[in-house]
Design a binder for this molecule. Structure first.
Ligand code: FAD
Ligand code: UDP
Length: 385
């Protein structure tokens, strides 16, 4: 990897900060501490690469793929775009997703096109589609769960076709057992907008995520150590402060029990054909199909190549932790760990695993920048005192 400094390049010595995890949370904070405050930072990761779950690389066929499933950058925050633009140029990309329902491929989020295709309708306007959905909706008084929020909006039949099976597969739980925040990520539309996201900024790093991370971590004050678990080195590396972007329960040796995280098994395939499917991702809500979705990277990256590469996502209880599971009992258990963290000096938890939040990439960048601002302010105040 060009430009990055690895630990064995320099003699061992103490660091101001040890950062566990080279994903968005750890890398953004490392860059800020090094470039903004001149801190000496060591970033470690137990994986053999930087970029966390956003890691991309060229597979054997030469196609740029995302090792941990499709990563689409989207945000409404100009501040976050401005920050990341220091390390990358961008490629405009608006993600589109089709769902296989009743043997058809129809747009998800559900929109007017979806309704017309599924039910042989000819809804011509937003108002007509709105009236149609209102006639199907089954009002729920107290909307708490991922079932409530969808059934309330579009009724049970569409809920079962698009949400129930997908969610049961993805989370190993019925939507009635999950917070409403999970399925609320997917809106329902009465227009014909078939984009998955409507954020003001929808672009992906022109040369890939990993390249962007390389540039972020390329600073003389930052050292990177891969294939290294925090447990192996915690007593060996002298540091003043620890930033931990791994699972918070693991840091505390699961002392209150395991905090549930959902995993996935990725099946990557390279095909000797130029195109596999019509859009970047096709969802399979049918519970009889073991995977949730198939993504084809060339749609996302714009790469021209005679072959194509795709990834199937098979949800799983075992494996690397990818998703915190939003439901009340998990939030309560996380709170206990958070209280323990607050009472533990010298360590701060950050990121999707460290703070047990179902965050998108931009939200993690925002969280890391906010933590940096607090550190910077505390330093300024202590210098003034
Ligand atoms: P991570 O990227 O998970 O990084 C944490 C790192 O810490 C890991 O590399 C891990 O190896 C390391 N680590 C943990 N414990 C230890 C330890 N003990 N010692 C050493 N290292 C350790 N977001 C979007 O905005 N758009 C998308 O389209 C999108 N798609 C996604 C698809 C999938 C399948 C998944 C799983 C996530 C997706 N996300 C998406 C979310 C995105 O991946 C996260 O928001 C982001 O990567 C979180 O960054 P992070 O730094 O908090 O965590
Ligand atoms: N979802 C669904 N059917 C779909 C797409 C999403 O039921 O076709 C639900 C499911 O519970 C999923 C959640 O909405 O986990 C959030 O979807 P998103 O695509 O945002 O998931 P992610 O990309 O984070 O895995």
């Amino acid at each position: 990897m060009s430009g990055l400094s690895y630990l064995n390049d320099t003699p061992r010595r103490g660091f101001d900060y040890l950062i566990v995890g080279a994903g968005f949370a750890g890398s953004v904070l490392a860059e800020r501490l090094a470039a903004g405050l001149g801190k000496r930072v060591l970033v470690i990761d137990r994986r053999p690469h930087i970029a966390g779950n956003a890691y991309d690389h060229h597979d054997e066929a030469g196609v740029l793929v995302h090792r941990y499933g499709p990563h689409i950058f989207h945000t409404n925050s100009q501040r976050i775009v401005d920050y990341l633009s220091r390390f990358t140029q961008w490629r405009p990309y608006e993600h589109r997703v089709l769902a296989v329902v009743d043997e058809q491929q129809v747009p998800i989020p559900i929109n007017r096109t979806t309704l017309n295709a599924l039910y042989g309708l000819d809804l011509q306007s937003d108002e007509e589609a709105e009236r149609y959905l209102a006639s199907r909706a089954e009002p729920v008084d107290d909307i708490r769960t991922s079932e409530d929020v969808v059934v309330n909006q579009i009724g049970r039949e569409l809920y079962e076709k698009f949400f129930r099976g997908y969610t049961r597969k993805q989370w190993g739980l019925d939507p009635s057992q999950l917070d409403k925040s999970v399925t609320s990520r997917i809106p329902t539309r009465t227009n014909t907008d078939d984009r998955y996201f409507t954020d003001s900024f929808q672009q992906i790093p022109l040369h890939g995520y990993t390249r962007m991370f390389e540039r972020m971590l390329d600073h003389p004050n930052i050292k990177v150590m891969l294939n290294t678990d925090y447990r192996e080195i915690r007593h060996d590396i002298q540091h003043d402060q620890l930033i931990y972007c791994g699972p918070i329960d693991e840091y505390f040796d699961f002392c209150y029990g395991k905090l549930p995280y959902r995993s996935l098994r990725f099946e990557h395939r390279s095909l000797d054909q130029e195109r596999f499917q019509a859009v970047g991702t096709v969802n399979y809500p049918d519970e009889g199909v073991p995977y949730t979705r198939i993504s084809e990277y060339k749609h996302i990256t714009g790469q021209a190549h005679p072959k194509t590469s795709i990834t199937y996502e098979y949800p799983s209880a075992e494996g690397d932790p990818y998703y915190p599971i939003p439901r009340p009992e998990n939030a309560a258990l996380y709170k206990r760990y958070q209280q323990l963290a607050d009472a533990t000096p010298g360590v701060t938890f950050l990121g999707r695993l460290g703070t047990y939040k179902y965050y998108n990439m931009d939200q993690v960048v925002g969280q890391a920048l906010a933590l940096y601002q607090r550190i910077e302010q505390a330093q300024r105040e202590s210098q003034e005192a």
